[in-house]
Design a protein around this ligand. Structure first.
Ligand code: 4AD
Ligand code: MG
Length: 435
């Protein structure tokens, strides 16, 4: 691999126009016409078209390209030139090449494949242009999430993944044996630890993987997904909603600013994302049910909103809508009741536009010891497992609130994807554990 020229990543080619550089990558595609060949090369940072002219290369290099298969690994040297017609596009006038491996017949070709086939080939599917774009949008969103909270003096607190208690109901727990201590579960949410941390550090966020043994086989559910959960001492529900809308505006606008190329590859209608500016509409559960009634949707008052209901409600708005104050029965035990109407919880769900469903769930937390103890018992949770959580209501209890944003649902919405399976590098679903 001794080439006299310097190795450059494709994303940096524009800084090397007129120079001879070396690219280390793979063959993405190859077109040829007579005495010219046009290999598309990818190196993970981008794709560049090479131009191989029979006159300009050795007989060996010409023959190598003639036999090169899709995804063969190759090191290519050439001069960087500006594309004759396209702005901001560069080409490589190939002068030399070294083939590392001629790939076997690659299972994913430019033709259409079924989704199950592609999902089985996920370890290879990740190399395609579309998956490249999605993973880079995901990366941008993760960084935007971190920057938003870091810039606002939130402390990052990592919550444990192995836990003794259920944070979000007992029906979706993954259980495992934990030495002499009996059963442990994989965390469904870092929130309870987030609350302890907020009382220690004021404003915090938890950001990590969470697990739900979801029986539902929908295009919105994974069994393993990432959640970011801010939690703030001395915050009520209104302040929580203010933060949530500022947060969503920030991460969407940041992605628009930095990832236009990727969104273009995904053919995303970015005008829909440009709309995502504060203020977002806020409606109560009661108002949401009136929309359903007006639209002729069969819905029983008091039930939780299902995915189809959410789609109808969100289609009334051109930006995310915050639905607050659901009946307490359909929400988690830790949510504070509205003092003005104890039948409802001080909670909020944010529904993404264009039918992408709930991306945020949050609430003001129950801060009264007796009320929380009663709720834990009513929910048939083990009081001893929650002793530490109850302590937070004994030692300097304060109003506090927080929310959780599902990363993959957000990626699906921002990228405009049909199914959540493409938002994680190696998604986990009820019927999929490989690759
Ligand atoms: O509404 P959820 O269940 O809320 C909580 O877990 C709270 N403890 C959060 C908090 O207040 N700190 O989940 C929050 C978000 C949902 O709005 C959704 O975006 C995502 O997590 N989510 C899922 N994403 C993918 N697959 C699943 N199975 C998901 N379940 C929830
Ligand atoms: Mg929820």
């Amino acid at each position: 691999m001794s080439h006299g020229t310097s190795h450059v990543y494709i994303s940096h080619l524009k800084e090397h126009v007129g120079q001879t550089v070396t690219i280390k990558g793979w063959l993405y595609n190859l077109r040829s016409s007579g005495k010219l060949m046009f290999p598309e090369l990818r190196d993970g940072t981008g794709i560049v078209q090479g131009v191989v002219s029979k006159k300009a290369v050795s007989e060996k290099v010409w023959q190598d390209f003639e036999t090169l298969t899709q995804e063969s690994s190759v090191i290519v040297t050439g001069e960087v030139t500006k594309h004759p017609k396209l702005e901001n596009t560069f080409e490589l006038q190939v002068s030399d090449a070294e083939v590392l491996q001629v790939a076997q017949e690659y299972p994913i070709t430019p033709k259409e494949h079924g989704v199950e086939f592609l999902a089985d080939q996920r370890h290879l599917w990740l190399r395609s242009k579309r998956q490249w774009a999605i993973m880079r949008v995901r990366h941008e969103l993760v960084n935007a999430i971190r920057d938003f909270f870091n810039e606002r003096d939130f402390l990052l607190v990592d919550s444990p993944i192995l836990t003794p208690n259920a944070a979000e109901g007992t029906s979706t727990l993954f259980e495992l044996d934990y030495f002499d201590l009996g059963k442990a579960t994989l965390t469904q949410s870092g929130q309870l630890y987030g609350e302890a941390s907020a009382l220690a550090f004021g404003k915090i966020y938890v950001f990590g993987p969470t697990f739900r043994a979801e029986k539902s086989k929908t295009r919105r559910h994974l069994t393993e997904f990432w959640m970011v959960e801010p939690e703030m001492a001395y915050y009520n529900l209104e302040m929580n909603m203010d933060l949530a809308e500022e947060f969503i505006e920030y991460i969407v606008q940041r992605t628009l600013k930095n990832r236009m190329e990727e969104l273009k590859i995904l053919e995303r209608d970015v005008s829909k994302l440009e709309n995502i500016k504060r203020p977002f509409p806020r409606i109560s559960y009661d108002e949401a049910t009136k929309i359903l009634e007006r639209k002729g949707v069969a819905f029983e008052y008091g039930n939780d909103l299902g995915a189809p209901d959410e789609t109808v409600i969100s289609s009334e708005f051109d930006r995310p809508v915050m639905v607050h104050r659901y009946p307490k029965e359909v929400k988690a035990f830790y949510m504070k009741r509205d003092p003005e109407n104890p039948a409802v919880a001080l909670c909020v769900d944010m529904l993404a536009p264009e039918g992408y469903g709930e991306i945020i769930g949050g609430s003001q937390r129950e801060d009264d010891y007796e009320a929380l103890l009663t709720r834990i018992k009513e929910n048939e949770l083990k009081v001893e497992d929650f002793a530490w959580y109850l302590d937070l209501r004994k030692f300097g209890s304060v109003p506090h609130a927080g929310f959780g944003l599902g990363l993959e649902r957000t990626v699906a919405w921002v990228c405009g994807l049909e199914h959540i399976r493409e938002t994680a590098p190696f998604p986990r679903m009820i019927h999929r554990l490989t690759p």
